[in-house]
Design a binder for this molecule. Structure first.
Ligand SMILES: [Mn+2]
Length: 345
């Protein structure tokens, strides 16, 4: 990635002075959201910028090992309460995604947006949106490098977790040589990769395992089993469902998958995955959400039957448009070679 020197210079200019700065990320935070948050907090500490790092949700406990995690303010429990002169938004394609952190933004607030989602919505006064980056954490690494910041353990672990999780452990098509190179540097600096992988992927809480078991029993197929759907309806919602959708998406023959969870009566969180060419970012955008071509999500108000009907209608449009080619997964026996270095997501 060629991070423009100018944009990092603009960002440095933006952060000049010692005004208290609020750093936020999107609700339903994933590893990149949490990792970017703790890493950026560490970067601001180094620049002597007083900062508050926050999210409008409960930060998932599986990331609690991250240095700086205990500094994250859960805005659901502790509302913002005031306006900030400077707000930094990380990993959020739209301002809506930060939830009630928006109330920290007043007429005089200046916004810095650092992200890798393509939405075309440049809501910041300064925007550094690099869609070729696998993770927002990857962009933050480039900023550290451009500014010659010391990569402290807090920064290193945050960035490593961000890249590890947003590439699905270097499995998704957004993984580039640069993603792996940055992780290699972070490991060389001291990140214990085995420890991180164990904590993030192989240390589920009992509640999460029970929720996964329930979700799997709800498995349904549509469109000749090319679409799989799992979910947690009614009172079964769990806050630890990151990655559940992958179970529906890893089934032989499935090209589109969905996971839903009813956060409160009539309000669902929906995650979508694509293994073929159907763009789930477009589908999620149709419901007011977003993400990437192969991984996206949205929130839905209504009942479960409406959710399923509307989602399957949208999936059908995508599948029909793709009928020309054979859109099954990329595991069909051809060994890909020299896939272009970036772009995909
Ligand atoms: Mn991300």
């Amino acid at each position: 990635m060629n991070l423009l020197v100018e944009s990092t210079r603009d960002i440095r200019e933006f952060l000049r002075g010692d005004e208290e700065t609020l750093v936020v990320t999107h609700h339903s935070p994933d590893g990149d959201a949490i990792g970017s948050l703790t890493a950026f907090g560490g970067m601001l500490d180094q620049l002597c910028v007083p900062n508050v790092i926050a999210v409008d949700d409960t930060p998932p406990m599986k990331y609690s090992f991250l240095p700086g995690f205990d500094r994250i303010v859960n805005l659901k429990a502790h509302p913002v309460g005031k306006m900030y002169p400077r707000v930094v938004v990380l990993d959020a394609g739209a301002l809506e995604r930060i939830g009630q952190a928006k109330s920290a933004i007043g007429p005089g607030t200046r916004i810095l947006n650092i992200d890798h989602h393509f939405t075309g919505e440049a809501y910041g006064h300064i925007n550094l949106v690099e869609v070729a980056a696998a993770a927002t954490s990857e962009i933050l690494y480039e900023i550290c490098a451009a500014w010659g910041l010391e990569i402290t353990p807090q920064i290193a672990y945050g960035l490593y977790v961000g890249i590890l999780t947003d590439t699905g452990r270097f499995r998704f098509a957004n993984t580039t040589a640069r993603s792996v190179e940055i992780c290699s540097k972070l490991i060389a600096l001291g990140v214990d990769t085995s420890f991180v992988t164990e904590r993030v992927y192989f240390n589920m809480s009992v509640d999460a395992v029970r929720a996964l078991a329930k979700a799997l029993t709800s498995l349904e197929f549509y469109f000749d089993s090319r679409v799989a759907l799992i979910g947690l309806g009614g009172a079964n919602h769990s806050s630890e469902t990151e990655g559940f959708v992958e179970h529906a998406c890893s089934i032989d023959g499935v090209v589109l998958a969905g996971f839903y969870s009813e956060m409160e009566p009539g309000l669902f969180k929906v995650s979508l995955r694509s293994r073929g060419r159907v763009d789930v970012n477009q589908i999620a955008a149709g419901f007011g959400g977003g993400g990437h071509k192969k991984a996206a999500g949205y929130r839905f108000r209504g009942d479960l039957a409406d959710l399923k009907n509307s989602l399957m209608q949208a999936f059908k449009v995508g599948l029909d448009a793709d009928l020309q080619g054979n859109s099954t997964s990329e595991t069909a026996g051809i060994l890909p070679w020299g896939r272009s270095t970036m772009v995909e997501n």
